[in-house]
Design a protein. Structure first.
Lengths: 382, 342
């Protein structure tokens, strides 16, 4: 595959690995957080940790949209889906995320609710056109990458005057979450979460640009390298981070220059600003309430806001107390430190959201294993 | 309803499963006419047949694929090939098939004819007759057009003893061709996803290939067809049953460019994508080259490859050396990668 295989080249990986090993100071440890689930997935899928020296460790951040959706929001989706007039559509993995009392959209579907998996916001809009007799609700989730497409369908629905289409907006913002992690007591005071730098999101940054990260680099003195989702991108970003740490620099660097600019996609940003506004606070699974971290549909588009149309109110719900997803999402604990991991909680029967999505740290640990995953997958000689 | 079956514009009616004249007409003018053989001609409820001495194998498989017609095949040919393959993977020569149809009221008879004729064609090509069958009709809305169950009976090939428990550390793992074609071909025709591709399902009856392999290397230890769940599921099943670890090399696993691209685009894994005309074989290391040569000589094994080996590992892990240079676990697929593909 052209433009893909070039970024998965084994020989280049070996050369990069050798250079990283040469650069890494054996007298210290390096702890880097990859914010995005896309990076987490790539790291495990291609066996990147096998290619890193022992003192370079990756911490898996909360950048998985499915994983950070709180239980109360899943319940909201389930309640909506159970209304006989509603077709609820959303992105695939969300169907398996457990709500409270072990409900999920999949379970609601089995009980007769009309839940449809869609590949894009446009598919949801098409469903509304095809089923004028039903209320089609798009349960929108995701970071800045999936937000502009939701804005587009809201505008289209308005233009077409579609009376049976509405959206529950659960879109969240990356910079707010990173700030929250950097402000957390584990990082600031307790020192339980050593953090020497970030691999910044790739797809999110194509939209918001690299400028929003400059604040972290300056204010918190943490290097940020925006990296692509291919395994060579990840390794190159790690090498750039090590160089910054070694030189005592804390800057925003862009490894993903083939897609990310400093300003980002202005058109997409304008579109989002047109349709959405900041919520004062939004609850994240694992992080709790994060100020100004979520988007709501603007009053001007109120008639398309499902939260208003169906008079939905958000209720905070307790998560399973034994599940340590909150700590995993903050990078404080590894999935394998959870007593439920791999026993009660598996991809077939997820208790916590990190086990649901392939971008979730627990699911990636479980599916792809590796010596670093604690499943004792020591290499066997073939 | 009177007269002959209207195979051009007619539709399945409840009466076609009712046990009366309508049902007799459907069976006579459609099923018996297409699948014609001495057993069906006898028009009895049970078929009487001769079987050779020695152990027999039996396999059954229900087919609920959606869409019913897809590039490279349809539910009819799939129902024959799928069960023939299950029998063949038991190390047997398939002898007879039985078929049960569940039809939905309102289903076009023209489509049913296409399906039954395709089934007959697949049965003829495989040389395995459908010797008995059954038809039921469910009310409109309570089925999805057509479901077909087929059961196959076969005679174990003399000297061949296959089973996952026979796999030993050191055994080589071979596949008969590129993986994932069927899963992606089906996906490409699903109305909710639909994308353009020339890719066709690999559906094929593999007993001829198995016979050629058994003749060249009677020491084959295990045969499996990686259908639902793909190569990943089959390797995990075999690792589990044999108590050995398996290690494959990503670069050695044949995957078509179109399949890789489609999976890349949709976030799927070719290793978990279904196949309907491929097999996985295990054999002792010293026989691997001979087995590979025998497979490549057969039309259905031209692109066969040795992809890895069994290793001593009591945890029975399946691992892959990635082309990138790392190593990762290959786990079973959880849930469904795609709905109803076979």
């Amino acid at each position: 595959m052209k433009y893909v295989d070039e970024f998965r080249d084994g020989a280049k990986a070996k050369a990069l690995a050798a250079d990283i090993a040469r650069l890494a100071d054996p007298g210290r440890d390096y702890h880097f957080m990859e914010f995005c689930g896309g990076h987490t997935h790539a790291i495990f899928r291609y066996g990147v940790p096998d290619l890193l020296p022992d003192n370079v460790r990756m911490i898996h951040g909360p950048g998985c949209p499915v994983c950070v959706l709180p239980v109360g929001r899943v319940d909201m989706a389930v309640d909506l889906a159970r209304r006989p007039e509603v077709i609820l559509c959303t992105y695939g993995d969300l169907l398996r995320v457990p709500g409270s009392r072990r409900t999920s959209l999949n379970r609601a579907k089995a009980e007769g609710a009309d839940v449809r998996m869609v590949y894009s916001a446009a598919d949801a809009l098409q469903l509304a056109r095809d089923h004028p007799e039903r209320e089609v609700v798009f349960f929108a989730i995701g970071f800045e990458t999936t937000t502009p497409p939701t804005a587009v369908v809201l505008k289209q629905a308005r233009a077409e005057g579609l009376p049976n289409f509405s959206v529950v907006c659960n879109h969240v913002l990356t910079p707010a979450a990173i700030t929250h992690i950097l402000e957390s007591p584990e990082v600031r005071e307790l020192g339980t979460l050593p953090l020497d730098g970030f691999i910044g999101p790739s797809h999110v940054s194509t939209v918001i640009g690299s400028a929003p990260y400059e604040f972290f680099a300056e204010e918190y003195e943490k290097p940020v390298v925006i990296g692509g989702f291919e395994p060579l991108d990840v390794m190159q970003a790690i090498r750039m981070l090590i160089r910054q740490v070694n030189a005592g620099r804390a800057e925003v660097e862009n490894e993903f220059t083939r897609a990310v600019t400093r300003a980002g996609n202005r058109k997409a940003q304008a579109l989002v600003a047109d349709v959405f506004e900041l919520r004062k606070r939004f609850e994240w699974r694992g992080l709790g309430e994060v100020p100004y971290s979520g988007l709501a549909i603007k009053g001007d588009y109120a008639e398309l806001d499902a939260e208003k149309r169906f008079a939905l109110t958000y209720q905070q719900k307790r998560e399973n107390q034994a599940c340590i997803c909150p700590s995993v999402l903050r990078g404080v604990a590894k999935p394998t430190e959870c007593t439920l991991f791999g026993t009660t909680c598996t991809p077939e029967n997820p208790i916590g959201s990190c086990m649901v999505s392939s971008e979730g740290a627990c699911a990636a640990y479980y599916a792809y294993g590796g010596a670093q995953a604690g499943r004792d997958v020591s290499p066997v000689e073939a | 309803m009177a007269g002959r079956l209207d195979l051009r514009n007619g539709r399945v009616e409840l009466a076609h499963g009712g046990g009366g004249r309508a049902m007799e007409r459907l069976i006579g003018e459609l099923f018996r006419a297409a699948l014609a053989n001495e057993w069906l001609d006898a028009a009895a409820d049970a078929a009487r047949f001769e079987a050779p001495a020695g152990p027999l194998v039996m396999a059954t498989d229900s087919h609920v694929v959606s869409p019913l017609f897809f590039p490279g095949g349809d539910i009819g040919s799939l129902a024959v090939n799928g069960t023939v393959n299950d029998v063949a993977m038991g190390g047997a020569r398939p002898l007879y098939l039985a078929a049960g149809f569940v039809l939905e009221e309102g289903f076009p008879l023209a489509d049913l004819r296409r399906i039954v004729e395709s089934m007959a064609e697949a049965s003829r090509r495989a040389g395995v007759p459908v010797i008995t069958g059954d038809t039921k009709v469910v009310e409109g809305g309570k089925g999805d057009g057509v479901y077909i169950n087929t059961t196959g009976l076969g005679a174990v090939i003399e000297g061949l003893e296959v089973g996952p428990e026979r796999v030993r550390p050191g055994d080589r793992i071979l596949v008969s061709g590129p993986i994932g074609d069927h899963g992606v071909a089906i996906l490409s025709r699903r109305e909710d996803i639909g994308f353009g591709t020339e890719l066709r399902s690999d559906t094929a009856a593999l007993h001829g290939l198995v016979a050629a392999m058994a003749e060249a290397v009677p020491a084959i230890r295990c045969l499996r067809d990686p259908t639902r769940g793909g190569l990943a599921a089959v390797l995990n099943e075999i690792a589990h049953a044999s108590g050995t670890g398996l290690v494959i090399r990503e670069e050695a696993v044949p995957v078509r460019e179109e399949v890789r691209a489609a999976c890349e685009f949709l976030g799927l894994d070719p290793l978990s994508s279904a196949n309907e005309g491929r097999l996985v074989a295990f054999c002792p290391p010293e026989a691997a080259d001979d087995l590979l040569a025998a497979m490549r000589e057969h039309p259905l094994g031209r692109e066969a490859a040795i992809i890895g080996e069994a290793v001593a590992d009591e945890r029975a892990f399946v691992q892959m050396e990635t082309a990138f240079g790392g190593r990762r676990m290959i786990d079973w697929l959880y849930g469904e990668q795609l709905p109803r593909i076979c």
